[in-house]
Design a protein around this ligand. Structure first.
Ligand code: UT7
Length: 323
């Protein structure tokens, strides 16, 4: 059977680093509070003239190089973003032009912090059914553009960055030893839109708006919901959560990462955490974390991975894959 496999991973973080101490100079917070409640020590911030698509370009170039492919090979682009360059066209279309990818399907997926898992599932549909042979799946965000720097409950949590996967078809045996995307679980509970949202939009206020969050309520939903989706994605793949080599969660808060891992019986040394350095980069956080784990030699080809995320919607989801 044909499986969709991740053949290259790339990431990019903008140069400018904002420390907790930098934020404490503009809002009533402290390095101690942020580290204790979130695990975050710093975040990257895009330059004024750097758009989301610019971050995506760098991540895609690195992912293509890792896969041994070029822009000319790409025949599908799916970008998960909640901070597009413009309301339209899709950031995927702008990315296609900047990379020099030939005419192909290119579009954005909007599921906020869960966007990358959703985008991966969409690309799986194209690749496993033979409609694409070299897909770029991208999470790219400039969350700092949405922040209200007078709201200390949100402005300390987010950062900018991009990560990308190259996804290609591989021949599998239909077993759990196959390389490829093995199982998904995607969820949304639209009755909880008021827990995490942006207070603007083209058809309401006509403005971009600022990020608003009832942090402790999102926190409570996160731990319970994510664990259920992770179990479901493992079951869909036919594997036990305990057999997973690496757990790669969305990087919102170290306490959530640990809470979910404990609930699932996953030991903390199997969890990839980048929240201290990157903060919450929304849809970019999973591919960035995987990229970091590959770069430092922890994650290797053949490893069984579990990815999970949760964000505005509320949306959440998980994916089991063998690299
Ligand atoms: O990626 C999308 C998903 N998002 C998330 O998963 C985020 C989920 N939520 C969280 O990570 C946590 O709820 C937060 C980190 C946002 C907040 O932590 P918390 O332990 O839930 O704190 P809290 O909101 O209950 O606030 C506790 C106290 C409050 O003071 P009082 O009312 O007890 O006096 C806040 O005003 O901490 C205060 N506080 C701060 N103090 C210093 C809130 N933000 C800050 C801050 N610095 N930045």
């Amino acid at each position: 059977m044909i499986r969709s496999a991740v053949t290259g991973v790339g990431g990019y973080l903008p140069e400018n680093i904002v420390s907790n101490a930098d934020l404490a100079r503009i809002v009533d917070t402290s390095d101690e509070w942020i580290i204790e409640r979130t695990g975050i020590r710093q975040r990257h911030q895009a330059a004024k003239d750097q758009a989301t698509s610019d971050l995506a370009v760098e991540a895609c170039r690195r992912a293509l190089e890792a896969a041994g492919r070029t822009a000319a090979d790409v025949d599908l682009i799916v970008v998960a973003t909640t901070t597009p360059d413009m309301t339209f066209p899709a950031t995927a279309a702008i990315l296609q032009r900047k990379l020099g990818v030939p005419t192909c399907p290119a579009f954005d997926v909007q599921a906020v912090c869960s966007g990358f898992v959703y985008a991966l599932s969409v690309a799986d549909g194209f690749v496993a059914r033979g409609h694409a042979r070299c897909a770029l799946v991208v999470g790219a965000e400039e969350m700092t553009r949405l922040l209200d720097y007078s709201d200390r409950g949100t402005c300390v949590l987010f950062g900018d960055g991009a990560g990308a996967f190259v996804v290609e078809p591989v021949e599998g045996q239909g077993t759990t030893d196959d390389q490829g995307l093995l199982g998904f679980a995607l969820r949304c509970d639209g009755t909880k839109t008021d827990l995490l949202y942006v207070d603007g939009g083209p058809s309401t206020t006509g403005t971009v708006g600022h990020l608003r969050m009832l942090g402790n309520q999102v926190f409570k939903n996160a731990v319970v919901n994510i664990a259920e989706a992770v179990e479901a994605a493992a079951e869909a793949a036919g594997v036990a959560v305990s057999s997973v080599d690496w757990f790669i969660p969305h990087q919102a808060n170290q306490r959530i990462l640990v809470g979910v891992a404990n609930r699932l019986g996953i030991s903390e040394d199997k969890v990839i955490s980048t929240v201290a350095q990157h903060a919450n980069t929304s849809a970019a956080s999973i591919p960035l974390a995987l990229w970091v784990g590959i770069q430092d030699g922890r994650i290797r080809k053949g490893d069984l991975l579990l990815l999970e995320a949760m964000g505005g919607g509320l949306t959440w989801g998980a994916c089991t894959l063998r690299l």
